[in-house]
Write a new protein. Structure first.
Length: 177
């Protein structure tokens, strides 16, 4: 039996542009341009190409040497967010890449000061303290760059930037790349 795929945007009240409801970074908003100067330069910046969903090619996840990489804005602009079953949140990015996030995996990686020491960067949150069936009660966009989750355990202070979420992608292509 296939797990139900429920658009989380309807649960969260996430609003895109008219006609694009639930698609953060909808066409016409910053970070959603398909093309532009960053699109062609991203591969040349040393990001390391890999194949994304649907055979699309993207510039990988950051860094090469010698300065700041030029990032394709489609890599960090979510096109759609869908709840798959009870324990999975699926992000489809503007470049076509799909990031399947188990909810416990996301909660364990909360970037807030309560979960990560601000000075040392060491994790303070014990992964064993998170229920295996953790849920998202709701979430909301923070500007055009991040999302804040309200977790079923009451925690809600972490701001997950789209860049962080893309870097946390647990798919095999991203783990290898």
């Amino acid at each position: 039996m296939k797990p139900s795929q429920e658009p989380l945007r309807h649960l969260s009240g996430w609003k895109g542009k008219e006609g694009e409801s639930g698609k953060p970074g909808a066409a016409g908003e910053p970070g959603a341009a398909a093309g532009g100067p960053a699109a062609g330069a991203a591969g040349a910046a040393g990001g390391g190409e890999h194949a994304c969903a649907e055979g699309a090619s993207c510039a990988g996840h950051g860094g090469g040497g010698g300065g700041e990489p030029v990032e394709d804005p489609r890599m960090t602009s979510p096109a759609d967010v869908t709840k798959v079953g009870e324990g999975l949140l699926q992000w489809t990015w503007g470049d076509g890449h799909v990031s399947p996030f188990p909810l416990k995996y996301l909660r364990e990686r909360c970037p807030c000061a309560s979960c990560v020491d601000e000075f040392t960067g060491q994790r303070r949150l014990d992964p064993k303290s998170i229920a295996p069936d953790i849920k998202i009660a709701r979430f909301e966009p923070v500007g055009l760059y991040a999302v804040r989750f309200q977790w079923s355990d009451g925690h809600d202070t972490g701001l997950y930037s789209f860049r962080l979420l893309r870097d946390l992608c647990p798919c095999e292509a991203c783990r290898v790349g």
